[in-house]
Write a protein that binds this ligand. Structure first.
Ligand code: FAD
Length: 397
């Protein structure tokens, strides 16, 4: 009888793994603490009202029916890989034969962050809260809005700048559409000296020009010490006054992993090998615990500019599935994720986008006025409808 695969986390990574395993006829149970897959790359349009939470969510029950996997809505509270068990808040200890961990990432706290900032990398309700606050501020006729992101010195891949740029440009576009841009002060902040540098020199230069042209103030290269009700305090004594602070924290390991016996890197992400497999004492042998970690949960290996992205989460899911199937066949052939490490991003600005690409061999930034925005929306349509099996998937996507 085929072994059952338990997947912890119903995000981009977990859902892709479930779909691919079902295609191969494996029994799958997916555990998620949310009833839907929240498509973060499309969620940048929720705060500006271009999309709703429902538009950028896919019901997991429908996905489970379409692909034939079992769905459990519960919270994973702890994983014990030596005992091959995980603890669910409601159902208690649950045994598995194979486990794929795709729980996403946690966040690196900064003083005052929870009370005084909102984020587009957190639970979906925060997107709605940003939208409501934006409407309120716009109604008052003038104001100050600050958008920024942080990093994690323990792991260079644990940073999420792209969506912060996108949201800032979309807010700028919204204010211009309403004819009130000149009455709002927009500031972009980040503690690193050159935020966006990982996307390559062309992207960095282009972003600089964008900020200048749109008259968005920049505050870079100084550590954030505290978020306050009326703004952001920095280590050098500077202060940005703001009526709305949107902050994407540096990423950290998922909090439940600290209570688990799963090997973690310094920043708290799950240590895996090239095959997404959690290794026994980090020993690079192939007979480990039958545990795989994929997507934002996992510690990525590779060049300094590597970034946690949706397409990498999917490539890792596909590698993990391939390797589980190979193990089941008794084959020693394995598939890895390293060759998929590149940055691909359609950086949206509300009325266009730029295609950002970086790999070991090249990096470019291609502005796509008007059409870029439509292409990103089209990708959203493609993603939803291929996942729901309404249209066929294109090879390699
Ligand atoms: C605003 C935003 C915009 C982005 N834009 C892009 C982009 O344009 N292009 C790109 O490639 N990438 C983009 N990314 C990154 C991309 O979305 C992530 O890399 C991707 O979502 C990672 O998928 P994941 O499944 O690993 O994690 P997630 O998508 O975070 O999914 C994790 C899942 O696990 C569930 N979960 C968490 N804890 C538990 C628990 N204890 N028990 C049970 N379930 C749990 C969560 O509910 C969630 O469904 C963006 C990210 C954000 C936040």
């Amino acid at each position: 009888m085929k072994k059952r695969v338990l997947i912890a986390g119903g995000g981009i990574a977990g859902v892709e793994a479930a779909i691919q395993l079902r295609r191969a006829g494996m029994p799958v149970t997916l555990i998620s603490n949310r009833p839907s897959l929240f498509v973060y790359p499309l969620s940048i349009w929720v705060p500006t009202g271009e999309r709703t939470i429902e538009d950028v969510s896919i019901d997991l029950k429908r996905l489970a029916e379409r692909h034939g996997f079992d769905l459990v809505i519960d919270e994973v509270a702890e994983i014990q890989i030596k005992k091959k068990q995980l603890r669910l808040t409601t159902a208690g200890w649950t045994a598995y034969e194979y486990l794929i961990v795709g729980l996403g990432a946690g966040k690196r706290p900064v003083k005052g962050m929870e009370e005084h900032t909102l984020s587009i990398c957190a639970s979906p309700d925060q997107h709605d809260r940003i939208r409501e606050r934006l409407v309120e501020i716009i109604e008052t006729g003038s104001g100050r809005i600050a958008v920024g992101f942080g990093g994690n010195p323990d792991d260079p891949s644990a940073v999420r700048g792209g969506p912060a740029f996108e949201l800032m440009f979309n807010i700028d576009h919204l204010l211009r559409k309403k004819g009130v841009r000149d009455r709002f002060e927009l500031t972009f902040f980040a503690p690193m000296p050159s935020p966006g540098a990982r996307m390559g020199p062309d992207a960095l230069t282009a972003l600089g020009k964008f900020f200048k042209r749109l008259n968005i103030r920049r505050h870079f290269g100084v550590k954030i010490t505290e978020f306050k009700e009326n703004g952001i305090a920095f280590e050098d004594g500077s202060f940005i006054e703001s009526d709305l602070i949107i902050y994407i924290p540096g990423l950290a390991g998922h909090p439940i992993l600290k209570k688990s016996d799963i090997p973690l890197n310094k920043a708290g992400f799950v240590q895996i090998n090239h095959y997404c497999e959690v290794m026994h004492n980090f020993d690079d042998t192939l007979d480990a615990y039958n545990v795989f970690a994929i997507g934002d949960t996992a510690a990525l290996d590779g060049p300094d500019w590597r970034a946690k992205q949706g397409h990498i989460a999917e490539a890792m899911a596909q590698a993990a599935v391939y390797n589980i199937l190979a193990m089941e066949r008794g084959s020693t052939h394995r598939r890895g994720y390293f060759e998929h490490l590149n940055i691909i991003c359609l950086m949206d600005s509300g009325n266009g986008a730029a295609l950002v690409f970086r790999s070991d061999r090249r990096a470019f930034f291609l502005p796509l006025p008007f059409i870029g925005h439509a292409v990103k929306r089209l990708w959203g349509f493609y993603y939803r409808n291929t996942k729901l099996k309404r249209i066929p998937r294109l090879p390699g996507m």
